[in-house]
Every structure is written in structure tokens, then in C-alpha cells.
Design a protein around this ligand. Structure first.
Ligand code: ADP
Ligand code: MG
Length: 455
């Protein structure tokens, strides 16, 4: 309930933030996943594949599951393929390997030394890993050059090296859980590594969760052929994620409004009609309703209420693209520009880099970012629930990121990629540059025209 003198705007904003975090339902799926995970305790490797439409809640489910499994002492790592994969190859592999490295660095000395000893098995092939994931140098030194002019042989050596590394990790960090999101965007090289990790000849038991979007025929065909090649199928669970039920939507609304909504049933039925229970749509829709006062606070009854006329302004046929575009139109020019720069950095970006790229030309950078959060376009990243602010942000959803990125004019896009690459290269810390060599290369590849005149 709102106190008399409380600022309604502030309450609306905190409501929007609450809305971003809330997750409801999915109990059956979580149970099924936990049962599958039990087979790892029993000494098997297992794979779960989660499929579903855009915005249906695949990523949210995986993150919930990882958080639950980490409480059961699982070492959980997460990697995600990107839509514009030419922005950087091996993205999820790098993410996964970095997180595993971080886990290893927290181990007691005795265990850590044992891992280092085991990693020596890799011999010269350590360099094949450290070249792709420079952060792994923190746990294994790599000297010597990689000598193999035969590309095919080099490729096999590299897959084998990753396989060995993960086997060691799975033995020492048991139980290791690796989640890979959006495999419909996988590149062949990365997928071959994931496949080799799942090879049953590897002497390890790990749990892998693979997630993909199945709304397009091309994604379904691609993923089917990828999964067909996975050799270990005995412990394979497939989950097709469906829409939320009306009851679950009701629970979500009750939690967001702390039970202070005048007529929840009317709101549920309106929302359900418009969104068919897709949580991404539901959350965007609620955010818009708060913005156009279709949902407003009525101090007379001390409750949130629905203004049916205003609520109907949100067109039934609105697609997520329409919703995003309308939101962007309403942004201040600065916030809009920031959003474009962010989309060129990637689906995730950090404040420090943003400050350097914009050379402090934005007086109100932080306020602009807050504006974008309130509009439901970006969210703050907390690495683990309840941990400190990381200074990182990510797009609320890939669909929003895609929409913004695709609308930037080609010349401007190239210039932005160029500026980002230069900024990364100008970083005073050499290690930082080394660790970011893949994204730097990818940005440079995206700005070949602008760079010609400048370099
Ligand atoms: N079970 C759920 N309950 C509430 N909100 C959810 C749920 N699942 C997803 N969401 C929200 O819907 C949005 C899209 O979910 P996401 O997991 O990113 O979709 P996907 O990965 O399937 O495209 C996110 O903002 C997320 O918070
Ligand atoms: Mg997702």
C-alpha cells in the first residue's frame, strides 16, 4: 500500500523493477530437471533440452534452475550463443570456460594444485585453449607455439583439448552443470566443442542443459540435426516450454501489486487475451499499461486500478516489435542514442566501457540508463541474486536488442563498431586487451569501410 505522501512515480518505478525479476510457475519443469540431475549423482552424464517460442521463459527457467542447483552444491556455468555471431566466435565457450576457471580459483590449494597437475596432460595443446580463452592462463601457463599447418588436424586437436579440460573440470568440480542457451544460433566450431564435451568416451559425469528457440522451421531443422549427432542420448530429457496459465498470470499480478489490485480478474483476462500467456509480452504489456496510466493508483480506495479505456489503447495486434518501437519513440534523444551504442557493444555491456566510448559527452549517462531500465528495455545484471551491483547491463530480451541493432543505419553502425574497437584497444591494461581480443577482432570486422579511412 502507498503511504499518502509517497511519490507515485517512484512506486511505479519500483513496481516495474519488481516486475522484471518475478518468476512464477514452471514447477513441473523444475521437478523434471532436478530428477534428471539426480542421474548425475548416480554416476551418469545427462542432457536436458529445453525448447520454446521467443519470450516464453526458456532463459528464465534455466537461470532459476541453475540458482537452485548451485544451492545443491552444483558448480553451475552458463553460456549463450548470440544472434549476430559474427560479433565474436566461441562466445559461449569463452563464457563457460571463464566461469569454470573462476570456480577453480576458489578451490582449496590442495585441490587446485591437483587440477594444475592434471592440466599438464594437455601439453602444448594448452595453447589451443589459452588462445581462445586467455583467462585460462590464470590456471595454466602455456608456452610454445602451435605447430600444425593442417587445419583439419588442428581442429581435432583443439576439440580434444577442450574435451580434456572439461573432463578434468567435471571430475574436480563434480557435479558440474553446463547450460548453453540459444543453440539455434550456434556456429559449427563452437558446436563441435560442445559435442565433443558430450562424447561418452569422456571419463566424466556432467549435466548439460541445452536451450533453443523453436519458433522458426530453420531453427528446428538446424537444432534437430545438431542433436541427432549427440552421441549420448540415453539420459536425454526434452522439455517443450508452454505459455503460462491464467492462474500463473494471476499469481504474478498478485505478487507484483502485493495484492493491492482492485480487480485482478479483469486485468488477468485482458492481459491473457492480448498475450496468450507469453511472459515477455505480459511484462512488456504491464510496463506499457503503467506508462499510459491504463493501470493507475487510486488513493481513494488505496488500490491499483485498471482504466479499461486506456488499456484498450494497446492494440490487440501489437507485435513485440511495435511495442519496442513505440517505447523507443518516447525516449529522450540521449537515451535513444545510448541504446544504439549499447546494441553495437552486444546484448550485454558495462558502464565503464560506455563512459569511455561516449567520452562523457552524456551529462546524464546514469540517469539515461535508469530511464532505459524503467522503460523495460534494459536491465541491470547481478551475477548472482543478492550480490552487488556489477555495473553491467543487458537488454531485457534478445528481441529488443535485435530490433534496435537492425534499425541503426549501416554507416553509423560501422562507425560505432570502429569506436568501440578503438576504445577496447586503448585500454591501459594489456591483459584486458588480450582478454578481449575476440570481441575486438569482431568489432573491427564489422567496420571495414570506416576503418579504411582512419587506420
Ligand atoms: N515463469 C515466468 N514467470 C514470470 N516471468 C517470466 C517467466 N518466464 C519468463 N519470464 C519473463 O519473460 C521475459 C522473457 O523470458 P526469457 O526467459 O528471456 O524468454 P526466452 O528465453 O524464452 O526468449 C523475461 O523478462 C522474463 O523475466
Ligand atoms: Mg532466452
Amino acid at each position: 500500500m502507498i503511504k499518502k505522501n509517497e511519490n507515485i512515480q517512484e512506486t511505479e518505478n519500483s513496481l516495474k523493477l519488481k516486475l522484471q525479476d518475478i518468476v512464477v510457475g514452471r514447477n513441473n519443469e523444475i521437478e523434471a530437471i532436478k530428477m534428471q540431475f539426480d542421474s548425475v549423482w548416480e554416476g551418469h552424464s545427462a542432457v536436458t533440452v529445453i525448447a520454446g517460442d521467443i519470450g516464453i521463459g526458456k532463459t528464465a527457467l534455466v537461470k532459476t534452475v541453475l540458482s537452485d542447483l548451485s544451492k545443491l552444491n552444483g558448480a553451475c556455468v552458463y553460456g549463450k550463443f548470440e544472434l549476430y555471431k559474427d560479433k565474436g566466435p566461441y562466445i559461449p565457450i569463452v563464457q563457460i570456460m571463464e566461469q569454470i576457471t573462476n570456480y577453480m580459483l576458489t578451490l582449496p590449494e590442495e585441490k587446485f594444485n591437483r587440477i594444475r597437475k592434471k592440466l599438464k596432460e594437455l601439453g602444448r595443446d594448452k595453447a589451443l585453449i589459452t588462445r581462445v580463452v586467455p583467462q585460462t592462463q590464470r590456471i595454466m601457463s602455456s608456452t610454445g607455439r602451435i605447430k600444425d599447418s593442417d587445419y583439419q588436424k588442428l581442429k581435432i586437436r583443439m576439440e580434444k583439448a577442450f574435451q580434456t579440460f572439461i573432463t578434468i573440470a567435471a571430475q574436480e568440480l563434480y557435479p558440474l552443470i553446463i547450460a548453453v542457451d540459444d543453440i539455434q544460433w550456434a556456429d559449427i566450431a563452437s558446436w563441435n566443442i560442445i559435442k565433443s564435451i558430450n562424447d561418452p568416451i569422456s571419463n566424466h559425469d556432467l549435466y548439460m542443459i541445452l536451450v533453443y528457440r523453436n519458433n522458426l522451421e530453420k531453427y528446428r531443422t538446424k537444432v534437430k540435426s545438431m542433436l541427432d549427432k549427440l552421441s549420448e542420448k540415453k539420459y536425454l530429457l526434452e522439455i517443450n516450454l508452454e505459455s503460462l496459465t491464467t492462474e500463473e498470470v494471476k499469481t504474478m499480478l498478485r505478487e507484483v501489486f502485493s495484492g493491492d489490485f482492485e480487480n485482478t480478474d479483469e486485468l488477468v483476462s485482458l492481459i491473457y487475451r492480448k498475450t496468450v500467456g507469453n511472459p515477455l509480452y505480459i511484462k512488456q504489456m504491464l510496463n506499457m499499461l503503467l506508462e499510459n496510466k491504463g493501470i493507475y493508483y487510486n488513493p481513494g480506495v488505496k488500490k491499483w486500478c485498471l482504466d479499461s479505456c486506456k488499456a484498450k489503447d494497446i492494440n490487440l495486434l501489437d507485435t513485440i516489435a511495435d511495442i519496442v518501437n513505440r517505447k523507443i519513440d518516447r525516449l529522450s534523444p540521449e537515451a535513444k542514442e545510448l541504446l544504439e551504442i549499447a546494441s553495437c557493444i552486444g546484448s550485454r555491456f558495462d558502464l565503464g566501457l560506455m563512459e569511455r566510448i561516449t567520452e562523457n559527452q552524456f551529462q546524464r549517462l546514469k540517469e539515461n540508463l535508469v530511464e532505459l531500465c524503467h522503460a523495460g528495455l534494459i536491465v541491470k545484471v547481478f551475477e548472482h541474486p543478492g550480490t552487488d551491483d556489477t555495473g553491467k547491463f543487458e537488454f531485457f530480451h534478445d528481441r529488443i536488442y535485435q530490433n534496435i541493432y537492425e534499425q541503426i543505419e549501416a554507416d553509423r553502425k560501422e562507425k560505432l563498431h570502429f569506436d568501440i574497437a578503438i576504445e577496447l584497444l586503448n585500454h591501459p591494461d594489456k591483459i584486458y586487451i588480450e582478454e578481449n581480443i575476440l570481441p575486438i577482432t569482431a568489432h573491427l570486422l564489422k567496420c571495414k569501410i570506416s576503418s579504411k579511412g582512419k587506420v
